[in-house]
Design a protein around this ligand. Structure first.
Ligand code: FYN
Ligand code: ADP
Ligand code: MG
Length: 571
């Protein structure tokens, strides 16, 4: 196949790779690009903005990529990240791999070196075989070599990112292609929009009957929603499924708010009890991975457990334990097929009552801790203050990362609406905070509150300049306990402990230095006041909440994963 581009006759109107790429993205409904410019993609940003579209320029490509992936999760259109070659591509690749793990649709577009140099390893500027390095970490990796192929490449990238299990796609564009010209008329003919890029996938009627029979015979059924159910955006169907059947439910962290945490059938505050005592568990867009103890062990109790699993990815079924009733298809089709088959079914009322009682007891036990004053704020009374303010703003997007800052906020802060909580996701990634906050503000147009541990914030902290530069309605709350996990680790002779930060760090002044508002608070009352004022202002604000260095536990609620030496330090 010739790699030569047809010679264009004199006087014919021309287009080029830059414009064809932007035409194709616009045709697919992309308006926001997240990225960091430089050789050879700088003009992409300028020309994208010249077309009246938004380009959000970051300080590190990893954060731009996190933003693009969250844009994909929130909009069901692929989030687009643009980077330079080699190091910029590698920074973006971390976010692309994370998007693929989280099942968020995202397209990473990186400039790259010319094939004739890379393939002979002749040492080009930022030379790297990006196409092949990306391939194992995303759904698909494509390279475009001719301008007339840009259309089909973008269509393939969009369809691959959105269809089936959503995920990341890499588009590799060798530098020269951007400025390669071709006839504008021929170029236009090479572009198209994919028809139904994320087609419904209906479950087999036999599978629906098998699942419904299992549920109808359950004494203690449970519905467990994952972020796949939140992503599906069939919220009314999901609520009807729960209320028609009377089955208690519990959400994984990013599915919180799919149905309000205050719903009478919500068993989130009775998590251990419902996982251990349920006899049939309906997984809806949730994987039985490490977050669910791989479906076995004491988390699930000793009694035999039967799983119904709704998932669009057939190979996810039986990934960890036997699934008694697989329902392979898209969540909307599967849930509605089940509803039809379960017409008239109601779960045993005594089971729902037992769940509600346990949940109410847990909430009542936690409540006083959320308002008990302490000499220095802890996670409970600081998050109690945040919760009470956010109760008044249900459509705010809460971004959450950290260890104790994550685990305690997930427990304390109720969510009322779908897709209003974005957090560390399946990998438990530190550093998703600022990119997620920028994307949530850009895509929803509504205020965002990011509750970050001081360690987690450090991974992407320079992006507060990005937040301030775009004057976004983002409030960053840093739970500053002075270290990773805790701030009171004893230091060895002549060193500062590897787990500590400078206790006098003034994160509030950092935000002021980049043009935002910085506030340092030491009490829940000050925190409430500053948070409410910030949300009302709609301006970029950082609130540094001073937290007791002795508060928190190593690794938060996943301390069971910690590894410690059995023999101690051998000098
Ligand atoms: C929950 N709970 C509550 C409430 N909500 N009690 C009172 N009121 C409310 N509103 C109870 C719940 O029933 C549990 O108690 C407990 O609080 C914790 O609830 P959670 O967080 O839902 O459950 P758990 O056990 O922590 O879930 C396991 C997990 C979770 C692995 C899914 O810890 C998680 O998502 N961790 C993410 C960790 C991570 O990614 N960290 C980032 C890297 S940290 P019991 O029912 O009594 O058990 C780097 O080191
Ligand atoms: P959580 O961590 O919240 O439990 P996971 O990310 O583990 O959620 O699981 C999400 C699952 O949802 C993935 O297995 C993915 O294949 C599936 N999924 C995503 N979107 C859909 C959809 N529209 N229909 C069906 N399954 C989906
Ligand atoms: Mg900390």
């Amino acid at each position: 196949m010739s790699n030569e581009t047809a010679v264009v006759p004199e006087g014919v109107e021309l287009t080029d790779g830059f414009n064809l790429l932007m035409d194709a993205l616009e045709m697919n409904g992309i308006t926001n690009i997240y990225g960091l410019l430089g050789i050879p993609v700088t003009e992409v940003g300028r020309m994208w903005q010249a077309r009246g579209n938004k380009f959000y320029s970051f300080r590190n490509e990893q954060n731009a990529g996190y933003a693009a992936s969250v844009a994909g999760y929130l909009t069901k259109k692929p989030g687009v990240c643009v980077t330079v070659s080699a190091p910029g591509f590698l920074n973006g690749l971390t976010a692309l791999a994370n998007a693929t793990t989280n099942c968020f649709p995202m397209i990473l577009i990186s400039g790259s070196s010319e094939r004739e140099i890379v393939d002979l390893q002749q040492g080009d500027y930022e030379e790297m075989d990006q196409l092949n390095i990306a391939r194992p970490h995303c759904k698909a990796s494509f390279r475009i070599n001719r301008p007339e192929d840009i259309g089909v490449a973008v269509v393939r990238a969009v369809r691959t990112a959105l269809s089936g299990r959503p995920g990341g796609v890499y588009l590799d564009i060798p530098a020269r292609l951007f400025s390669t010209v071709m006839s504008a008329e021929e170029g236009k003919k090479s572009l198209w929009v994919p028809v139904d890029p994320a087609p419904a996938q209906l479950p087999a009627p036999s599978a629906v009957k098998r699942a419904a029979d299992l549920i109808k015979n359950a004494k203690k059924p449970l519905i467990l929603f994952g972020k796949g159910a939140a992503y599906a955006q069939c919220d009314a169907d999901i609520l009807s499924f729960v209320e028609e059947t009377g089955i208690p439910f519990t959400p994984m962290s990013m599915a919180k708010g799919l149905i309000s945490d205050t719903h009478p059938q919500c068993g989130a505050a009775a998590r251990s009890m419902i996982l251990q005592e349920s006899d049939v568990v309906v997984l809806v867009g949730a994987r039985l991975n490490w977050l669910l103890a791989h479906g076995k062990g004491k988390t699930w109790g000793a009694a035999p457990k039967k799983f119904v699993q709704i998932d669009i990815q057939a190979s996810e079924i039986d990934s960890n334990v036997p699934i008694a009733a697989p329902l392979v298809g898209d969540i909307e089709s599967c849930v509605n097929a089940l509803r039809a088959e379960l017409k008239g079914f109601k779960a045993p009322a005594e089971w729902l009552n037992a769940v509600s009682e346990k949940a109410a007891a847990s909430r009542a036990k936690l409540a006083p801790k959320l308002s008990t004053a302490t000499p220095v704020m802890n996670y409970h009374n600081s998050l109690g203050a945040i919760r009470d303010v956010l109760k008044n703003y249900p459509d705010i997007t809460l971004v959450n990362e950290g260890a104790n800052a994550l685990d305690n906020a997930r427990m304390v802060i109720d969510q009322y609406l779908p897709r209003k909580r974005v957090d560390t996701g399946t990998w438990g990634v530190m550093g998703i905070g600022m990119g997620s906050a920028v994307a949530a503000a850009a895509e929803t147009g509504k205020p965002v509150v990011a509750v970050c541990g001081d360690s987690a914030f450090g991974f992407s902290g320079m992006e507060i300049e990005t937040v301030a530069r775009y004057d976004l309605p983002v409030t960053v709350i840093i739970m500053n306990n002075g270290g990773i996990y805790r701030g009171d680790e004893p230091s060895p002779d002549h060193q500062i402990s590897c787990m500590l930060f400078n206790p006098n760090t003034r994160y509030d002044l950092l935000m002021e230095s980049v043009g935002g508002t910085g506030v340092r608070v030491t009490t829940p009352e000050e925190l409430s006041k500053a948070l409410d004022a910030s949300i009302k202002s709609g301006k970029p604000t950082l609130i540094e909440a001073i937290i007791d260095p002795a508060a928190g536990v190593e690794s938060g609620r996943i301390g069971n994963l910690n590894i410690v030496s059995k023999v101690g330090t051998k000098k």
